[in-house]
Ligand binder design. Structure first.
Ligand code: NAD
Length: 316
């Protein structure tokens, strides 16, 4: 049976699919040629990440297609309900990248409380001539231990973030309208683990009590954190968005940083991807990454093998 991965797939996924007896193609076919490609090559399963879209027209035009797979979480690029109505399997790998996103949150957080985002911009320019001035400018950092991390959206990534926070000795203030409590298991290298029960708090409590707030909600129609919510946050707090562009109001964020109400922000996702607002990119108080939350070798490996296993279970 033929499977086509149009946006790439990890070697572990290629190996697993081959091991299960599937024939896999991985050339990137242009969106407008995809229907022909699928029909001419008798493709039974198409795998995509976020670049390729699988809409109603493609589903209608490819009667041999049995499965659509998304390597990763969000499925906004697939007409999921329509495909399922037509009897197709639609699968994704929702848990594969949770730890990777959580670690990126902490990469930003550790960096931000010691001003690394700014030091890394200025050391190459002035480190040789103004070392003492820079040393003074970047003194006054803070530790994470003992601080409170506010987590908005306590699903897979929110809880993976909580594990790291708890391991560091932080308090976790979680808000999730669909959850009253969750037990988070903190695993140690030697096989020991500790279960910690976290009772969610109200949105306003989380905003008011947290030293840093990180968002892990699904894509929203309107910002979850806008000017009003930022005003409820502690003065000097930091805000992290590695969820989706638009869950933080970017205009309000710049204003809150300019007024020094917030001391820093960290952004992995942006409203205007792939051309984020220049005033965010140039802002000296924002730690920036280009939507790389899930982009670790480990997450890509897990995505590949999880997809392969599901394909075997459904089509094998
Ligand atoms: P999940 O479905 O496991 O968790 C989302 C949680 O948010 C759920 O528990 C839900 O009840 C809660 N929620 C929904 N609406 C809410 C609201 N208005 N306020 C507070 N909580 C709300 O999803 P996940 O796997 O944890 O993913 C979370 C986000 O991370 C998604 O937006 C996803 O697109 C994003 N993500 C980003 C990257 C990256 O590269 N940066 C990678 C993977 C996922």
């Amino acid at each position: 049976m033929n499977i086509h991965a149009n946006d790439g797939i990890s070697q572990s996924g290629i190996d697993a699919l081959a091991g299960f007896g599937f024939t896999l193609t991985t050339t990137n076919v242009a969106q407008e040629q995809l229907i022909n490609y699928i029909n001419e090559n008798n493709i039974a399963g198409i795998l995509v990440r976020s670049a390729t879209t699988v809409r109603k027209d493609l589903i209608d035009a490819c009667p041999g297609l049995k499965l659509i797979g998304r390597g990763g979480v969000g499925m906004d690029n697939i007409d999921v309900d329509y495909a399922r109505e037509k009897g197709l399997h639609v699968i994704n790998t929702p848990a594969a990248s949770s730890s990777s996103v959580a670690e990126l949150v902490f990469a930003h957080l550790f960096g931000a409380v010691r001003f690394l985002y700014d030091a890394n911009r200025n050391m190459p320019l002035d480190g040789e001539t103004k070392f003492k001035a820079l040393k003074k400018a970047y003194a006054g950092g803070t530790e994470l231990r003992g601080k409170t991390l506010g987590i908005i959206g306590f699903g897979r990534i929110g809880q993976a973030t909580a594990k790291i926070a708890l391991g560091l000795g932080m308090d976790v203030a979680a808000y999730d309208p669909f959850m009253n409590e969750a037990t988070v298991t903190v695993d140690f290298f030697n096989g020991q683990s500790v279960d910690i029960n976290i009772k969610t708090r109200s949105f306003d409590e989380v905003l008011a009590q947290s030293d840093f707030v990180t968002l892990h909600v699904p894509a929203q129609d309107k910002p979850t954190i806008g000017a009003a919510e930022m005003a409820k946050m502690k003065k000097g707090a930091g805000l992290i968005n590695a969820a989706r562009g638009g869950v933080v109001d970017e205009e309000a964020l710049v204003n809150a940083l300019e007024s020094k109400h917030l001391s820093f922000a960290a952004l992995d996702t942006f409203v205007n991807e792939p051309t984020p607002a220049v005033k965010l990119l140039m802002h000296p108080s924002i730690s920036l990454t280009p939507h790389i939350g899930a982009a670790t070798n480990e997450a890509q490996d897990r995505i590949g093998t999880e997809l392969a296993q599901q394909i075997k279970d459904l089509l094998g």
